[in-house]
Design a protein around this ligand. Structure first.
Ligand SMILES: *[C@@H]1O[C@H](CO)[C@@H](O)[C@H](O)[C@H]1NC(C)=O
Ligand SMILES: *[C@@H]1O[C@H](CO)[C@@H](O)[C@H](O)[C@H]1NC(C)=O
Ligand SMILES: *[C@@H]1O[C@H](CO)[C@@H](O)[C@H](O)[C@H]1NC(C)=O
Length: 406
């Protein structure tokens, strides 16, 4: 397939990329040695540190730290800065938080407002392809879904940031899949809560039953109908032939408009800034595992938030000791844990009805520990790519953070 006709699919963002905007060829992405700090942070005059952390199951993840704002004192010398861990969504990586100008991107805004900013990159993304014993070309490398992003990646990164900041409790901010893994970890592994100060969840995803994007629903049907085929591919490479063919098929379905794939998948984004979309196209989408895509498809079609379903009772018994996968109980998140939810009225992945169901599940939450923000004109990508997200979302998020720091 020629680079010029490359189509890419992701449940988060779905885009046909022209030649000019295509993702760098593998040799160019060796610039990974230079990484996010030197490509996207230091050029704007911020200090930046590259860190790695190894998960319990051997994945070597990269984290970037912006310890100070423009011209400000660093966390080490200033002392006592509150750490924030930023967690990207599906098909994205840590660059998510740095796509716009420093005045518009959350990663920089938090640094300028006195926070010690840590940017996570989950397994399978371009700067987190290392493993203690596997190569990313081994099928076993891709044997995970978002269950492991919650139980292993999130916990390893959180523990690392907590330790590096002299055991200061960490604010967490997630977008999209980054919110799902937080809901899973908060409901399932409550030992994490001792290290967390609060969670800000943008385009929150716990339930995916009402996803209104015909593209996402079409893809979910294909993943479930052809799970064996897809799982045989191990890596879900959005720039590869299999995904190109999948997309070509889905785009022929009635009611699916592939003319504007970004909005077609994520909703009618109101406020995308064209330069951030260019930055996005140059770097994303990132690979994921097909097991992760199948797991998300299970959520879309079954309407519950549960661990990965191996598809038959005996396999589930082998992994979980029960015939059906264990359910994550969002209502079990402690009622006094501070949560900030921000959702958009035009978001076709984090659908209004699914968010309502989430709020229902949180109805016993202490009212002074739950802030809910609703932006009628926002869609999925606006929360990280909109030029006005600072005024619309991030200022309220930081006000919420300050309340939790008293
Ligand atoms: C890293 O960036 C520097 C400066 O832009 C460049 O000279 C060097 O070739 C890059 N290294 C890699 C491995 O891409
Ligand atoms: C960014 O914000 C700073 C401080 O408010 C301001 O001085 C600067 O002009 C802004 N830069 C841009 C490009 O808007
Ligand atoms: C979920 O957690 C809530 C609060 O702890 C509890 O009341 C409820 O019974 C739990 N639901 C399930 C299905 O375990």
């Amino acid at each position: 397939m020629s680079r010029g006709s490359r189509c890419t699919l992701g449940l988060l963002l779905l885009i046909c990329v022209g030649a000019a905007a295509a993702r760098p060829a593998p040799e160019e992405s060796l610039a990974a040695a230079n990484g996010t700090c030197s490509s996207r942070v230091e050029p704007f005059g911020y200090k930046c540190e590259e860190h790695t952390v190894t998960t319990e199951d051997g994945y070597i993840l990269s984290l970037q730290r912006i310890p100070s704002g423009r011209g400000g004192a660093s966390a080490a010398s200033g002392g006592g800065k509150v750490p924030v861990l930023l967690q990207h969504g599906l098909m994205m990586d840590g660059l998510t938080w740095l796509m716009n100008s420093p005045n518009e991107s959350l990663g920089f805004i938090l640094a300028d407002n006195g926070y010690d900013v840590w940017i996570g990159n989950t397994r399978g993304t371009v700067y987190s392809l290392g493993h203690t014993s596997l190569s990313s070309s081994d099928p076993a490398y891709w044997d995970w879904s978002w269950d492991e992003l919650a139980s292993n990646d999130l916990s390893a990164m959180l523990q690392y940031v907590y330790d590096q900041s002299n055991q200061q409790k960490v604010h967490y901010v997630g977008h999209s899949l980054g919110t799902l893994i937080a809901f899973a970890a908060l409901s399932d592994q409550q030992e994490h809560i001792g290290m967390m100060r609060s969670a800000g969840l943008l385009s929150p995803i716990a339930f995916l039953n009402k996803v209104s994007s015909p593209l996402a629903v079409g893809a979910a049907d294909v993943f479930l109908a052809e799970a064996l085929y897809w799982l045989g591919l191990d890596e879900f490479d959005p720039t590869g032939t299999a995904v190109h063919n999948l997309l070509t098929g889905i785009c022929k379905l009635p009611g699916v408009d592939c003319y504007d794939l970004l909005n077609g998948l994520t909703g009618d984004n109101c406020c995308l800034d064209s330069s951030s979309v260019q930055t996005f196209l140059a770097h994303e989408p990132q690979a994921s595992s097909t097991k992760n895509m199948v797991h998300l498809a299970q959520m879309i079609r079954r309407g519950i938030i549960a661990k990965y379903d191996y598809g038959d009772a005996s396999d589930n018994i082998k992994y979980y000791g029960q015939a059906t996968p264990p359910v994550y109980n969002v209502s079990a998140i402690p009622d006094d844990f501070p949560l900030f939810l921000s959702s958009g009225g035009r978001d076709s992945l984090s659908d209004v009805h699914d968010v309502q169901r989430l709020e229902q599940a949180l109805q016993s939450h202490d009212s002074d520990k739950l802030t809910v923000q609703y932006l009628a004109d926002y869609a999925h990508a606006d929360f990280v790519l909109a030029g006005n997200a600072k005024e619309r979302v991030y200022q309220a998020l930081m006000a919420f953070f300050r309340l939790q720091e008293k």
